[in-house]
Design a protein around this ligand. Structure first.
Ligand code: GRF
Length: 211
């Protein structure tokens, strides 16, 4: 059984989508813990309601990014994490941490990367006037929102869309995309090793889901 640890900071809807898919589809994996850097994250309650182990790892006053990441790495080591799934984890990870877990840290980002890295992606998409928007699951590398892409899903931007409506539709898309991408990883069809992505099955990126 491959051991999944999901890192959150907020509402945890992607965490829930992953945990539910893992159980309902009998993945060769289990969610061994949900870790939040914020004790008040609503996702912690949802995780406990599912009977999942939860851990809170708050940054200490004045703690450096590297020192926090060392404590996080210790926790993940104790949990024997095979895969670290970032699901709205609002901290930038340091290069040593990423190197320690190279190829095993995955993130979901609410845009069609490389378009619109960083925050406020839906606002950025509307301002740019794009006709399609979506989400990306990618391997984490030290450069922000820039790692090799595992899977993407897109939807049309509608003429009446505002930031909130677009965010809602993209989030629903994320709930399909993230489990789909993790299924691909667990099957071994895509790996990130030695700085290169190796795909052994048909390419699984640029998937289209109905909006
Ligand atoms: C999602 O939009 C995800 O792409 C981004 O943060 C948001 C987290 O939402 N990284 P949730 O906590 O999973 O509901």
């Amino acid at each position: 059984m491959q051991r999944l640890v999901i890192l959150i900071s907020g509402q945890g809807s992607n965490m829930l989508a992953l945990a539910q898919a893992c159980r309902q589809e009998n993945w060769p994996a289990g969610v061994v813990a949900v870790v939040s850097n914020r004790p008040q994250a609503a996702g912690l309650v949802k995780a406990r309601e599912m009977g999942l182990r939860t851990e809170v790892l708050e940054a200490l006053p004045g703690e450096t990014r590297e020192a926090y990441d060392r404590r996080l790495a210790e926790l993940l080591g104790a949990l024997q994490a095979d895969w670290i799934l970032l699901a709205g984890f609002m901290r930038i990870l340091s290069a040593p941490f990423i190197a320690q877990f190279a190829g095993r840290i995955i993130n979901i980002h609410p845009s069609l990367l490389p378009a619109f890295p960083g925050l406020h992606t839906h606002r950025q998409a509307l301002a740019a006037g794009v006709t399609r928007h979506g989400a990306t699951v990618h391997f984490v590398i030290p450069a922000l929102d820039a790692g090799p892409i595992i899977a993407q899903a897109s939807l049309p931007v509608l003429s009446g869309d505002d930031e909130a409506s677009l965010a809602t539709r993209v989030l629903a898309l994320e709930h399909q995309l993230y489990p789909e991408a993790v299924r691909t990883l667990l099957s071994g069809a895509v790996r990130f090793t030695g700085g290169e992505v190796v795909r052994s099955g048909p390419p699984s990126n640029s998937q289209e889901f109905s909006p």
